[in-house]
Write a protein that binds this ligand. Structure first.
Ligand code: NAP
Length: 250
């Protein structure tokens, strides 16, 4: 019998992993998305979208669909979903493996300030007006309304709707990957003095970090949330090797 895999996704890695598994005769794979993006990227396997209703809801879905392997390939900041996955795997008694990319490490020349929350990032920007590039999710932007003195350049996948209640904001909608040269051009064009971002890790959004280093621009990085302690790997290759060792179903 085939293993039924549920990948909790929303990341480039989840899509790449699904691509690898799509043609594999050992597995029937489904990808789950949070359903927040209006026009999600094309996916190589069947997709379901929207919340499950907490850990119990996910456990019920696993049982109902006969899922035999759960893969948490969500974004490193999607901590609630990762906690739910850990709990649901336990409740439904299915093996769970997490695909967690490493965070970026500070290199010589990086001007990073690491903060615990978006609110703290707003505080670090200070009272003096600055030109600030924000690459955060729509739900994370509200705290910047408390600092209307800054000029914001805001980039998101979907439009920020309603826009922030601040007098100076330019909005860009765009989906990565973003090359360093293009990021450097954008930063210079808008005379950016500080960037506020998440430490997403991986190559697709690293361009702005490398460009900021080259241009001497401050980067305020919101630290990663704590994630549950579950078996995990850092790369798709390691995950495929892990799958090679999963016992075959009778
Ligand atoms: P979250 O706070 O961990 O998740 C909140 C709820 O959304 C979950 O409890 C779950 O609802 C639902 N959910 C999340 N991922 C899901 C998935 N793959 N399939 C089905 N339901 C899912 O995560 P978030 O609110 O999406 O985002 C938190 C942070 O991660 C933000 O910084 C965001 O920018 C970043 N991020 C998220 C994604 C993504 O695809 N989710 C992608 C890129 C970046 P139920 O409890 O009802 O099941």
């Amino acid at each position: 019998m085939k293993h039924s895999i549920l990948i909790l996704g929303g990341t480039a890695e989840a899509r790449k992993l699904a691509e690898k598994l799509a043609g594999d005769p050992r597995f029937a794979t489904e990808l789950s998305l949070a359903g927040r993006t209006r026009a999600p990227a094309e996916q190589p396997v069947p997709v379901r979208a929207g919340g499950f209703g907490g850990a119990e809801g996910l456990a019920a879905y696993i049982r109902q669909k006969g899922i035999s392997i759960l893969i948490d390939a969500t974004h490193p900041y999607a901590a609630q979903m990762s906690r739910n996955a850990a709990e649901a795997g336990r409740l439904a008694d299915v093996p769970l493996i997490a695909l967690r990319r490493l965070p970026w490490r500070r290199l010589t020349g990086d001007r990073w300030t690491e903060v615990a929350s978006v609110d703290d990032a707003v505080g670090v920007l200070g009272k003096h007006p600055r030109k600030v590039f924000l690459t955060l999710g729509r739900q994370e932007l509200l705290p910047f309304e408390e600092a209307p003195q800054h000029h914001y350049l805001i980039r998101s996948v979907d439009p920020v709707d309603p826009p922030l209640d601040v007098p100076h904001a330019i909005y860009l909608t765009s989906r990565g990957p973003f090359a360093e040269a293009d990021e450097a051009r954008l930063l210079e064009e808008h005379a950016i003095e500080a960037i506020v971002a998440k430490n997403s890790g991986g190559p697709s959004s690293y361009g702005k970090i490398a460009a900021a280093r080259a241009l001497g621009i401050e980067v305020i990085l919101v630290r990663r949330p704590d994630l549950p302690a579950v078996p995990s790997v850092e790369t798709i290759e390691e995950l495929l090797t892990w799958l090679d060792h999963v016992p075959v179903l009778p």
